[in-house]
Structure formats: C-alpha cells, structure tokens
Design a protein around this ligand. Structure first.
Ligand code: ARG
Length: 461
C-alpha cells in the first residue's frame, strides 16, 4: 500500500474500510484527462513564472503526457489505495520523472485542482449535449416538415380542445429544446471560469500567473475570489437544472407518445426498432424507449436535489462533502445524453403517425365548437352571447348523439338566423386549423413559416 502524501502527519494507517469509504478514484478516474491537462497547464505556468525551471516544466508536461498514453492504452489503472485521481497521477508522475514530479503540486491544492477538473469536464460535456439537443431538434423539424397539413386533436385537460397541425405540436418541442440549448450556453459561460490558483482556499505566496493558467486551459476568465473558487458548485447545479429541464421536456413527449401508441388513441405506431415484447403476452409491443426516458427523468431531478442539499449547509470553503458532487454530475451527463440519443432515433426512424386515424379523430368531436362561436362573433354577435348559444347547440347534439356538422341548415337557423350555408365549410377541421393564422398559431401558413424559421435556427450554427 503506498503511503498517502499526508501520512507523515499520522501515527497509524487508515482503517482498511475507511480507505474504501474515503476513496473517490472509483469514479473520479473519469476526470483523468482533464486532471492531466490541468496539471500540464499548471506546470507550464510554474516554469514560465520561474517558480520551477524550464527543464523541470518540460519534464512534468512530458511525464503527464506519458500518463495520458498509459491511461489510453489501458495500462494506468490505479487502485483504491491512491484515494483519488489527483494523488494517483502525482504518484505515477514521480515514478516516471523522479523528484521533479514532487514539484508539480507547488502553489496548488487538490481543492483548486478538482474544481478546475470538474469545470473542464463539464465544459466539454455541455458542448456535447448541445450537439445532441441540436440533433434531436433536427429530427423534430424534419418530421414537422412532413406533417404540416396533417391534423391531430389539440388537448387541454386531456380533453379534446381544438384541432391543430401535427407539425405545430412537434414544433412546440422544438421550442423547448431551443431554450434548453440556450440554457446550456448560459451555463457554459459560468462554467468556463478558472479557479486554478485559488490554492487550498486563500491563494498562494508563490508568484503564480493565474491569467496564464486560465489562458492555457482556454478559460474565458479567472475566478476573482479564491474562497469562492474552491467552494463554488453553482455551475454544476445550473448544469443539473439545465439537464433536468431537458429531461422534463423529453419526459412530456415520452408520455404523449406512450398515450398516442395505446390502442385507445392509436395515433402512432412505434417501429420494431424501438419497441420490445412481453415475456408472457405474445401480442404485446411495448413503448419501452419513452417509458425509460420518463423513468430516467427522476434520476436527473434527484441529482439536482442532491447537489442543492449538498451545498446548503456547507460552511466555506472546501468540505469533503463536495466529493459527492461527482457521481451526480457524471450520471446526469450519461443519462441526459443517452435519452437525447434514444429520443432522436425514435422520432427520426421509430415512429409512424397514423394520419387517416388522426384525421378521423378531429372530424368526430366538438373541437370545432369555438369556431361556431367565432362564426357568429365575426357577424357582430358579442362573443359571450355566441359562446352561450353554442353551448346549447352542443348540449342538443350530445343528447341526440350527433355532431355539429350533422345539423340541417334549418336547425342551425332555429338557433340563430345569422347561420348560413357557409357554416359547414367554417367548421370543417382543415378550415378550423387554417384560419388560426395569428402569429405563432396553428394555421398552415403560420406553421410553414415556423418550420422555415426552425430550419434557419438550426442552420445558424
Ligand atoms: N477527491 C476530492 C474531491 O473530489 C479531491 C479534493 C480533496 N481535497 C481535500 N482537501 N480533501 O473532492
């Protein structure tokens, strides 16, 4: 068992169970590439400022690069006795380059080191997740483009409300994703600030150049307060908020797809590529993908809650509690990415909209009732009066088990003399959708413009 760098201060060794309890290497090995990159920048800065010699700086940078190679080739697999990735790398570096390796930690603490690593990691992941959001948006717009003229019932309270263009429905998710994408960009800004050089909490007496370290690591700026530098995890919480909202949006769509694919709705069918069967019921084809996405959403929400709770009672500055941030962040990253990928596949190639069934659905209900009121309102009948009259119409039709379109013109006119032959055209589903051409509405012209606008947003990248 290698001695810990801090073991000189202690009389006895750590209890073997506590070694396991204390160690983070099992998961923070995920950060190794960022740890190496951060250490290389730190070594270069130490050399440039004359804190170590140029030769020493080069030896450290090269040694760290060698560890990177060893890691990529699967030859660097430090065990739990090293406690964490930072100690494991430092130990290996000293094995490789000798005593010079012991100079790497000059003017640095694991506290500013780990804060730097997590920011470097998240910075990369934010970009990757943004790309996956874009791919999902592309799948949505591609589908929307095909279904501008297809209709689907629009719901409020899960009751039929007004028919809409299917593309309009899909583009609602495009908008959510657009905010998600922008939110990630915002989180990126506050993630891309360099804490390196904060030391343990108070800075360092060595003549370091924090701006240089930050520049070498492509950070936008240097954190202004060393105490905040080592204890801030707001950026991680913001990231978990952004990923929670991504998951919430994916989960809403998942829930709709699950409903739509049920026999009761029959609006879509999911292809064999994205469905699974039952071990006992031979007829089953289950929507496992959207169900899993809906289920995994809870995990990401949980990680957000965990991190908020983690910091709420923490005095400044670093506390070991903060080691617990990593698994939450890593799992949120993996979960969000895999859900975005699965949903992209499902929308792009796993879902078939049953257009005739959708068209029949919107023709067989009272979702055109608003349009009857609007018809009279356009003829100067006060809307509330018209609305009350249509309420009576619907009641009559319901008791006779007929639809509005089944009423004869004489009967329309018994209800109001202003009804004319054109009422039938006015309440046809296609017409009901077409006339809602207000900005952002579901009218086909509007939706065509919205599809074009969405494509422009995607192109602007
Ligand atoms: N493994 C630790 C973490 O993830 C690294 C920082 C340890 N610092 C300390 N003072 N114990 O938070």
């Amino acid at each position: 068992t290698p001695q810990q760098p801090w073991s000189q201060r202690f009389e006895t060794a750590l209890h073997p169970t506590i070694v396991l309890f204390n160690a983070s290497i099992g998961f923070d090995i995920n950060l190794i590439e960022y740890d190496l990159t951060g250490s290389q920048a730190h070594a270069q800065m130490l050399a440039k400022t004359g804190i170590i010699s140029t030769e020493e700086g080069e030896a450290l940078v090269n040694g760290l690069e060698q560890i990177r190679q060893e890691y990529r080739e699967g030859k660097f697999t430090p065990g739990v006795e090293f406690e964490d990735v930072h100690f494991a790398v430092e130990r290996r570096l000293t094995d490789l380059v000798g005593d010079t390796g012991k100079k790497l930690h000059t003017a640095r603490s694991r506290n500013d080191q780990v804060a730097t690593d997590v920011r470097l990691y998240l910075r990369d992941q934010i970009k990757q997740i943004q790309t996956l959001v874009r791919e999902f948006q592309t799948a949505l717009v591609t589908k929307a483009d095909q279904y501008v003229d297809a209709l689907i019932p629009g719901y409020t309270h899960l009751q039929r409300a007004q028919p809409i263009s299917l593309a309009h429905h899909l583009l609602a998710y495009f908008e959510m994703c657009q905010r998600d994408w922008e939110r990630l960009g915002d989180v990126y800004k506050r993630t891309n600030i360099c804490p390196l050089g904060s030391g343990a909490l108070a800075g360092t007496p060595h003549p370091i150049d924090r701006a240089l370290s930050a520049k070498l690591l492509n950070f936008d700026s240097v954190g202004r307060n060393s105490l905040d530098g080592v204890s801030d995890r707001d950026f991680a919480i913001e990231f978990l908020t952004a990923s929670s909202l991504i998951m919430a949006h994916l989960s809403r769509l998942s829930e709709e797809i699950i409903l739509w694919s049920s026999q009761e709705f029959g609006f879509v069918s999911l292809s064999d590529k994205v469905s699974t069967g039952s071990s006992i019921m031979p007829q089953k084809k289950n929507p496992d993908v959207p169900e899993l996405v809906r289920g995994k959403t809870g995990r990401v929400f949980g990680h957000l809650q965990a991190l908020l709770t983690l910091i709420k009672g923490l005095p400044l500055a670093y506390n070991k509690d903060m080691q617990e941030d990593k698994e939450a962040i890593f799992d949120a990253v993996i979960t969000t990415k895999s859900c975005l990928q699965a949903m992209t596949i499902m929308i792009a190639e796993g879902i078939e909209f049953k257009v005739p069934r959708l068209a029949a659905a919107v023709a067989e209900d009272f979702s055109n009732a608003t349009d009857v009121a609007d018809y009279l309102a356009a003829k100067n009948v006060p809307f509330r009066e018209a609305y009350n009259l249509v309420g009576k119409l619907v009641k009559t039709c319901t008791s006779e088990r007929i639809l509005l379109k089944d009423l004869s013109l004489e009967r329309w006119q018994e209800f109001h003399p202003l009804f004319g032959e054109d009422i039938y055209a006015a309440i046809a589903p296609q017409q009901v959708v077409a006339v809602r051409n207000s900005y952002g509405g579901t009218g086909f012209e509007q939706v065509r413009q919205q599809v074009a606008a969405a494509k422009e947003i995607l192109k602007a990248e």
